[in-house]
Ligand binder design. Structure first.
Ligand code: ATP
Ligand code: MG
Length: 137
C-alpha cells in the first residue's frame, strides 16, 4: 500500500465539487486518510510549486492556488500515486481521457481541479508540507 498527496484546487471548491471529486477518488479504491480545507498562503504555494519556478506559468499558478480555498488530502491504496494520476487524467483537460476528473470537471490547463503527486518520493515530501503524521489515520 502507498500514499499520495492530493489537492482539490480553487476552481473545484468554488463550484462546490468537493463531494463529486471525493466520490470518484473513493470509487477508484483510494481511501482519504487525511483531509483539511485551507486557504494556502503565498509562501506555501510558492514552496509547493518551487520545481516550476522557472516556468512561464509559475506566477499565474501561485496566484490561482491562493485565490480561494483548497482541500488538501492524503490518499492511501494499492499503487496510490499511479492510480490517482490515472483517475485525474492529463494536465490539459482537452487531452484527458473520458471519465477522468479533469475531463469531467477541469476548466483549463491551469484551472484543472486537482493536484496529485507524480512519485512516491514527492508524495512524502508534499504530505509533510501539510500534515503531521499523527493526523493521518
Ligand atoms: P499537478 O502537479 O497539479 O498534479 P500535473 O503534474 O499534471 O499537475 P505539472 O506539469 O506538474 O502538471 O504542472 C503543475 C500545474 O501547473 C498544473 O496542474 C497546472 O495547474 C499548471 N500548469 C501546467 N502547465 C500549464 C500551462 N501551460 N499553463 C498554465 N498552467 C499550467
Ligand atoms: Mg505535477
Amino acid at each position: 500500500t502507498e500514499r499520495t498527496f492530493s489537492i482539490l484546487k480553487p476552481d473545484a471548491t468554488e463550484r462546490n465539487l468537493t463531494g463529486a471529486i471525493n466520490a470518484v477518488i473513493e470509487e477508484a479504491g483510494l481511501r482519504i486518510v487525511a483531509q483539511r480545507r485551507i486557504r494556502m498562503s503565498d509562501a506555501q504555494a510558492k514552496k509547493f510549486y518551487e520545481v516550476h519556478a522557472e516556468r512561464p506559468f509559475y506566477g499565474e499558478l501561485v496566484s490561482f492556488m491562493t485565490s480561494g480555498p483548497v482541500v488538501v488530502q492524503v490518499l492511501e491504496g494499492e499503487n496510490a500515486v499511479a492510480k490517482y494520476r490515472g483517475v485525474m487524467g492529463a494536465t490539459n483537460p482537452a487531452q484527458a481521457d473520458e471519465g477522468t476528473i479533469r475531463k469531467r470537471f477541469a476548466k483549463s490547463v491551469g484551472e484543472n481541479s486537482v493536484h496529485g503527486s507524480d512519485s512516491a518520493e514527492n508524495a512524502a515530501i508534499e504530505i509533510k508540507q501539510f500534515f503531521d503524521d499523527k493526523d493521518i489515520v
